[in-house]
Design a protein around this ligand. Structure first.
Ligand SMILES: CC(C)(COP(=O)(O)OP(=O)(O)OC[C@H]1O[C@@H](n2cnc3c(N)ncnc32)[C@H](O)[C@@H]1OP(=O)(O)O)[C@@H](O)C(=O)NCCC(=O)NCCS
Length: 194
């Protein structure tokens, strides 16, 4: 099945193509995340949530430059207090491709895909100066309990439903939303987003 949601001619002209992640990307995504975050990445609170269950490949994206995967964003279904949302991350862009707008574009695509899928909010732990211009808002101080220490000032959300801030209170944990993790052979490799 070919799903082309939107195009940006400038992105095509530059050789950058945005694709839905599939299992064939796992190894290179692991390398990109290792390069960006180092070995300590597995001990972070967000990583502990991601260990609880699979991410949703249908909302996770890569960017390729002339066929080489150079950036990735993943989305994991979570129940955050009373909000059925998604945890965004890791987001990583290879050093060779930073500051070209790729990180912002991956975030934009992931949020839009989550909105289309009916997510109630996209949550992350990250730097407010980077994410707030992309639509993220601060979650009330210490409103969410993560499975590990977090800086409460870095807990952000894009609300995609009513009363999200009121309902973002309590534990945040992986949520079973029935997202499949199909093998690479089952997936269409040509879903392009740009
Ligand atoms: C953070 C990251 C994803 C940004 O990706 P990118 O494609 O280089 O970023 P973009 O091109 O979309 O945006 C670049 C702008 O964001 C700014 N920026 C980058 N990282 C930032 C940060 N942590 N805080 C604030 N601003 C940041 C840049 O200075 C630049 O600003 P400018 O447009 O005014 O020049 C990338 O640098 C990366 O992979 N870093 C290592 C992993 C990481 O920290 N991931 C995010 C976890 S919260």
């Amino acid at each position: 099945m070919l799903s082309v949601y939107w195009f940006r001619s400038s992105m095509f002209h530059s050789g950058l193509v945005y694709l839905t992640e599939d299992a064939s990307h796992d190894a290179v995504i692991e390398l990109i995340n290792e390069e960006a975050f180092g070995p300590g990445r597995h001990t972070r609170a967000a990583a502990r949530i991601r260990e609880q269950g699979p991410h949703d490949r249908s909302l996770s994206f890569i960017c390729t430059d002339n066929g080489e995967t150079i950036a990735s964003v993943r989305m994991t279904p979570v129940l955050a207090g009373g909000v059925q949302g998604h945890l965004l991350g890791p987001l990583a862009v290879r050093p060779s491709h930073k500051n070209r707008g790729i990180g912002r574009e991956l975030v934009r695509i992931a949020i839009e895909a989550a909105r289309r899928k009916g997510s109630e909010g996209v949550i992350l732990i990250g730097d407010p100066p980077y994410y707030m211009p992309l639509g993220f808002e601060k979650v009330a101080y210490q409103a969410l309990a993560f499975p590990g220490p977090v800086d409460p000032n870095r807990v952000l959300v894009v609300p995609l439903a009513d009363d999200v801030h009121d309902r973002l209170k309590g534990v945040i944990a992986w949520r079973d939303c029935g997202a499949k993790m199909p093998a690479a052979a089952d997936e269409a490799p040509d879903r392009a987003y740009a």
